[in-house]
Design a protein around this ligand. Structure first.
Ligand code: FAD
Ligand code: NAI
Length: 465
């Protein structure tokens, strides 16, 4: 077999974007994927199916709770098998789409599990057990991540589930305990709460969503609580006993104190994700992952010559768009171009209702770094479009350098803010000042006017009543 320029292990956002870019740049490239479909965690069991369930359950809740306010009467009911099927159909269509894109860009898609078999060699084990060895100039590790296990709470995907199990529960649970008030826990907890489950979130820390701007996280928790989610913060889970019909969890205060038992139909373990590098043959090229399992990189280069790493398997936010950007930049560097990713401006979005979105630094980070900043804030209650749509909760907050006015961070909670954060990503990539955004025309009446009003607020000339 002819030598490849690049062999990519893993067909998720990091791997398939690298493969497509390599094809576009005329490199001879193969992409190896073991799960049987392309798209990785994101398309198969992550971003895409979770958003399909979030969208459907949001419409259900809107129909039953908010339509009456607008003079639309009548209750709707959930047909769970159809809801799960439309999610599965979307996933299948999108994974097939990636397969088409690989073909179109002349990428060899090789089904099987890949492992490094020494410098310039990748072994592929197919489903039928046959093994082939590929010769290549470069290897990219794009093997992604898996859920972090919680000792004493063993996932059986029946009653104790992880995010993959939470996307296919065959019934609407009466009760669910979510362990971990992070993004997965709050998105998937929201799905099942909207569909009828009583949801309790148990979190070790004394706040939700670590990493999110603290004021925004507080508002987020207040809104979720109003929607019916119960929180037990500063609490640790010490054990779980699953039966055929449910789970008994034992909890105690993180700081120590009396234990209690919490019973639920289902328990979702969502305490983070860790790199997936099992059986990858890293030892054959001398790569030693760090204590948490991450493979270190310098501009995607690992410690082994000709071996590169992108996406969740290495450092940076564990997000699909970051993995995509890594994949493209890595290939551009391999092709002798100037690949680059600006990790300071990778946006984050939580796709609950309302959504939460942010980019850049939060107030706590600016204070810790000793950077003087000004802040402008605008509430959606004062935004005409949000108001007429009965979606008035949340705000946009812009943080700008006190001296130069350069925008340093933007934090929003409100309806569809995930669709709006991109404006600030572009502005910040171009080192915009808050005044640049404040003086830019925005269409009326749109929620996006809140972005401009918050920027105007930095200099105190917002139009808020
Ligand atoms: P992955 O997507 O994990 O892909 C790696 C692939 O490599 C997998 O398909 C795996 O089967 C394959 N593989 C592993 N080892 C081998 C091997 N030895 N041989 C062959 N193949 C192998 N991110 C967002 O940005 N937005 C979201 O809304 C979002 N929602 C999420 C929701 C959930 C429930 C979860 C779990 C994650 C979500 N994420 C989201 C995170 C996102 O899915 C990941 O950051 C992203 O998929 C990482 O891409 P990757 O290519 O590095 O790895
Ligand atoms: P996370 O890191 O976002 O949150 C985990 C939470 O669990 C934290 O609040 C942590 O303090 C808590 N925790 C840890 N150990 C605990 C314990 N023993 N008991 C109780 N709480 C404990 O991780 P999560 O939610 O699992 O998501 C993993 C990653 O997947 C995210 O960080 C994100 O990168 C990605 N993701 C992104 C989404 C998006 O972009 N919308 C959606 C879903 C996942």
């Amino acid at each position: 077999m002819a030598q490849y320029d690049v062999v990519i292990i893993g067909g998720g956002p990091g791997g398939y974007n690298a493969a497509i870019r390599a094809g576009q740049l005329g490199l001879k490239v193969a992409c190896i994927e073991g799960r049987g479909t392309l798209g990785g965690t994101c398309l198969n069991v992550g971003c895409i199916p979770s958003k399909a369930m979030l969208h459907a359950s949001e419409l259900y809740e809107l129909a039953n709770k908010d339509f009456a306010k607008m003079g639309i009467d009548g209750k709707v009911t959930v047909n769970l098998p159809v809801m799960l099927q439309q999610k599965a159909d979307s996933v299948l269509a999108l994974t097939k789409g990636i397969e088409f894109l690989l073909k179109k860009n002349k990428v060899d898609y090789i089904k099987g599990w890949g492992s490094i078999a020494g410098p310039g060699k990748v072994a592929v084990k197919a489903e039928d057990g046959t093994e082939t060895v590929l010769d290549t100039l470069n290897i990219i590790i794009a093997t992604g991540s898996e859920p972090t296990p919680l000792p004493g709470v063993d996932v059986d995907q029946k009653r104790i589930i992880d995010s993959t199990g939470a996307l296919v529960i065959p019934e609407i649970p009466k009760s669910m305990v979510v362990i971990g008030a992070g993004i997965i826990g709050l998105e998937l907890g929201s799905v099942w709460r909207r569909l009828g489950a009583e949801v309790t979130v148990v979190e070790y820390l004394d706040r939700i969503t670590p990493g999110m701007d603290a004021e925004t996280a507080k508002t987020f928790q207040r809104i979720l609580t109003k929607q019916g989610v119960k929180f037990k913060l500063g609490t640790k889970v010490t054990g779980a006993k699953a039966s055929k019909t449910g789970v008994a969890l034992t909890l105690e205060p993180a700081a120590g104190g009396d234990a209690e038992t919490l019973n639920a139909d289902y328990v979702l373990v969502a305490i983070g994700r860790r790199p997936y590098t099992d059986g990858l043959g890293l030892e054959t090229v001398g790569i030693v992952p760090d204590k948490r399992g991450f493979i270190a990189n310098d501009h995607f280069k690992t410690s082994a010559p000709g071996v590169w790493v992108v996406g969740d398997a290495t450092y940076g936010p564990m997000l699909a768009h970051k993995a995509e950007d890594d994949g493209v930049a890595c290939i551009e560097l391999i092709a002798g171009k100037a690949g680059h990713v600006n990790y300071d401006l990778v946006p984050s979005v939580v796709y609950t209702f309302p959504e939460v979105a942010w980019v850049g630094k939060n107030e706590e980070e600016l204070k810790a770094a000793g950077i003087a900043y000004k802040s402008g804030k605008f509430p959606f209650t004062a935004n005409s479009r949000a108001k007429v749509n009965h979606e008035g909760e949340g705000f946009v907050k812009v943080l700008a350098d006190a001296t130069t006015d350069q925008i340093l961070g933007v934090h929003m909670i409100g309806p569809q803010v995930g669709e709006m954060i991109g404006e600030y990503c572009v502005a910040m990539e171009f080192s915009a000042s808050s005044e640049d955004v404040a003086r830019t025309s925005h269409p009326h009446p749109t929620r996006s006017e809140a972005l401009r009003q918050a920027a105007m607020g930095v200099e105190g000339w917002t139009m808020q009543a």
